[in-house]
Design a protein around this ligand. Structure first.
Ligand SMILES: *Cc1c(COP(=O)(O)O)cnc(C)c1O
Length: 407
């Protein structure tokens, strides 16, 4: 009997999530209201940050985080080429230019040594935006040191990493989102992420002034708080627009889902971690598969289970393999096409192949295997069995010797 296709990621919606959303629909508030504040309180409690601003998407959250940092026309912002487009596009929206720093080929995260190199040729750099790839925290201690030295703001793109944590060199544990080594941290609540609000995102910070500005930018650049007024108030209806802002609000209906979901975060992340260990145990028998290096003390949120397979060495076409996997009902994904290779980035900034060799080598090899809380152990087993058999076929199809390790 054909089973449902196993996709690389999937939301987990339970009966109580549905009840929470229905109750919100019957309430007086549909757009931003008391549930958004309640959701923000829970984000603060989970991350340990002083302030949280919920937004309509992770992309919106990245955009206002950039604006609140004062990033604008002519500025340069460093991020990883191995990320979702939005990490780099946020700089574009403000008129700034994204500058990429190549990855560490083992952790798949931005390499601090590469950031240093890029700053040397692009000084001044206004901000560094590390991405916690697949949920594995980037080297925040090094990023912080570099940023301090060069007067750059740090915005963590933690869209993969709600629920992750890491240990510093003194042994203290930091939750991603606490902003202990950054100015702001951005999350996404897209359905494939750790928890979902359908569309949604948030910024956390410990800086009151950034917090006030983020709130203004989320809603048209308007404030109703009289301590912030530039002009004398005309009366109780008075409000002021102090800069061009947006409508980036999260609806209360979506916040209701977020509240219900964030209470399950620990359960969701531990199930993801279980699946990851299962994959790692099964794949350790197939030595041609390279897993993301687990760094000492860094605890991943396992948004992705990302591996590298040397297709070329195995004489297999990645595209053929990918299609074969889909034909047996397993839908892996590729994270990511390096951002600098996108037509727009080539055109606008003159980037091209060869500019970030480690990112490009990763792109040739990377595949993300299905991982989400609802994936069963049996399905994970089927994914690995499918991977091994299709890989053997894909390399045989090329007329190559079947990979010995895959048989
Ligand atoms: C998902 C994601 C975003 C954007 O989040 P949306 O909520 O989809 O706008 C940004 N950066 C990274 C790394 C992501 O994975």
């Amino acid at each position: 009997m054909p089973r449902r296709a196993i996709s690389y990621g999937r939301q987990t919606i339970e009966e109580d999530d549905i009840k929470a959303v229905v109750a919100a629909l019957r309430s007086d508030f549909l757009t931003q209201g008391p549930l958004v504040s309640e959701f923000e309180e829970l984000i603060k409690a989970h991350t340990g940050a002083k302030y949280a601003v919920a937004c309509s998407s992770g992309t919106a959250a990245l955009h206002i985080a950039h604006l609140a940092s004062g990033i604008g026309k002519g500025d340069k912002v460093i991020t990883s080429p191995i990320t979702f487009l939005a990490s780099a596009n946020a700089a574009l929206y403000t008129g700034a230019s994204p500058v990429f720093a190549d990855i560490d080929p083992n952790t798949f995260n931005i390499d601090p040594a590469e950031i240093e190199k890029k700053i040397r040729y692009n000084s001044p750099v206004k901000a560094i935006v590390p991405v916690h790839f697949a949920g594995l925290p980037a080297d925040m201690e090094s990023v912080r040191v570099i940023a301090k030295k060069h007067g750059a703001v740090v915005i963590e793109d933690a869209c993969h990493a709600l629920g992750a944590s890491w240990k510093d060199s003194r042994g203290a544990v930091h939750r991603v989102g606490s902003c202990s080594h950054s100015d702001m941290t951005v999350f996404s609540f897209h359905p494939v992420k750790a928890i979902t609000t359908c569309e949604g995102g948030a910024v956390t910070t410990n800086d009151k002034r950034l917090y006030e500005r983020l709130k203004r930018l989320r809603t048209h650049g308007v404030t109703k708080d009289e301590v912030e007024f530039e002009l004398p108030s005309d009366g109780p209806w008075y409000y002021e627009m102090q800069e061009p802002g947006f409508n980036y609000r999260l609806p209360d209906v979506n916040a209701a889902l977020g509240i219900s979901q964030i209470k399950k975060l620990e359960r969701f992340v531990s199930r993801r971690a279980e699946i990851a260990s299962l994959y790692s145990a099964m794949l350790s028998k197939h030595q041609f598969v390279r897993m993301q290096a687990e760094s000492e003390g860094r605890s991943s949120a396992w948004h992705l289970y990302s591996v590298r397979i040397p297709f070329e060495e195995l004489g297999a076409s990645k595209a053929d393999w990918f299609s074969m996997m889909r034909s047996i009902g397993i839908h892996p994904q590729v994270h990511y096409i390096p951002v600098h290779l996108q037509p727009y980035y080539r055109r606008a900034f003159g980037y091209g192949p060869g500019d970030f060799p480690r990112a490009e080598a990763m792109y040739a090899e990377e595949v993300s295997l299905p991982i989400y809380p609802g994936l069963t152990d049996e399905e994970a087993g089927a994914v690995v069995a499918g991977l091994v058999s299709t890989l053997a076929c894909a390399s045989a199809a090329r007329g190559a010797v079947r990979p010995r390790a895959a048989m």
